[in-house]
Design a protein around this ligand. Structure first.
Ligand SMILES: [Zn+2]
Length: 266
């Protein structure tokens, strides 16, 4: 084995050291630069997400304002907010409103075509769970609503109520024409074949229990829940489901609020 001179060895160690130092330096610089870039990317992404959220919130505010002020226009338009249109006694729907496109769900009933697929899926999934239910009421025109209202009011009058009292009594279970969600084409009454009455006990059927738990997954909400009549103006209706879109349905269900509270922030 050849003996290296002391000088050569020192030079070799020195050069190795310099080489190693250079490599380490480049690596350190690279890692540091990458960390800075990563951090900047993260900040930019966060900022972007924040702006997007602000934009979505603003958009939602616009939709909510339209939902109460312009429900017929909102329903008829292309804006995403169509499913949020608020129709109740305080915010009636233009009596001339008719859904642009209706889809027949059976020989007599139809819904706004935009909700037909979600409704069908919900009914199919319910049936697959072994449940037996059907839609008993769907889109109802202003004229039809007036007929239903007048017939119910007449029943009360026949039972001895004064017209004024009959009107007040009818209002509790039938929306005053112009204030019915059924005129939007976005609401359906679903009942169990095991129990076909429209009263509180409908809510105890397996069908309603399943619907109340799962309807939000299809963009629907139970529109008139128990103990919310002071907000909705309508008594507990464990059969009336309203399409509001999946996002709103999720939030409304999670928070246990009504469409009024969601839109008006009451
Ligand atoms: Zn209904």
């Amino acid at each position: 084995m050849r003996h290296e001179s002391k000088r050569a060895r020192v030079r070799r160690i020195l050069l190795t050291g310099v080489g190693f130092g250079l490599t380490a330096g480049v690596l350190v610089t690279f890692v540091a630069a990458k960390a800075v870039i990563d951090r900047q990317m993260k900040e930019l992404t966060a900022k972007n997400t924040e702006l997007q959220q602000q934009n979505e919130e603003l958009q939602l505010q616009v939709e909510k304002t339209d939902a109460v002020e312009n429900s017929a226009e909102l329903l008829a338009g292309d804006s995403d907010g169509w499913s949020l249109a608020l129709v109740n006694e305080s915010y009636p729907l233009d009596t001339s409103y008719e859904p642009a496109q209706l889809t027949q769900i059976d020989s007599e009933r139809s819904v706004d075509s935009r909700i037909a697929e979600s409704l069908q899926k919900m009914m199919d999934d319910g049936a697959a769970e072994g449940l037996s239910m059907y839609v008993t009421s769907a889109y109802r025109s202003y004229d039809r609503q007036r007929e239903v209202f007048n017939t119910t009011m007449q029943d009360w009058i026949n039972q001895g109520y004064t017209p004024l009292n009959a009107y007040e009594e009818t209002k509790k279970s039938v929306a005053v024409p112009g204030t019915s969600e059924h005129a939007t084409g976005l609401a359906v009454d679903i009942i169990s074949t095991e129990y076909e009455e429209l009263d509180d006990r409908q809510g105890d059927t397996d069908e309603q229990k399943w619907l109340m738990e799962h309807c939000w997954e299809y963009g629907f909400i139970l529109r008139y829940p128990e103990n919310k009549a002071d907000v909705t103006g309508i008594i507990y209706e464990p059969w009336h489901y309203r399409y509001v879109g999946e996002e709103a349905a999720k939030e409304i269900t999670e928070k246990g609020i009504t469409l009024e509270e969601y839109i008006l922030g009451q």
